[in-house]
Design a protein. Structure first.
Length: 94
């Protein structure tokens, strides 16, 4: 009864009208806004802060070679836990 003419205007506008944007998609008619992403990680100032802290702790004997060896052994044991269960000794230097 009511047939759509092949010259009918889509979406109630001119022939060049754009369809409404899909849900979640960008709207081409909205102004472009710069989207800033949160950058995870440490900044240069943060890295310098940590390095200076390590140096100060070293010269005031809060960090010693013995402490470094113990931390290295602990890290090896955590990362290579399956070797510890197999009976491998991960103690460094004896």
């Amino acid at each position: 009864m009511f047939e759509r003419s092949r010259f009918a205007k889509p979406y109630g506008g001119s022939r060049t009208a754009r369809p409404p944007p899909a849900s979640g998609g960008p709207n081409p008619e909205e102004p472009k806004v710069a989207h800033y992403r949160y950058r995870r990680g440490i900044s240069l100032i943060g890295l310098i802060y940590i390095l200076v802290g390590l140096y100060v702790a070293w010269i005031h004997h809060y960090i010693t070679p013995t402490l470094l060896r113990n931390v290295a052994e602990a890290l090896l044991a955590v990362l290579l836990w399956f070797l510890v269960l197999l009976g491998v000794d991960l103690h460094l230097g004896g």
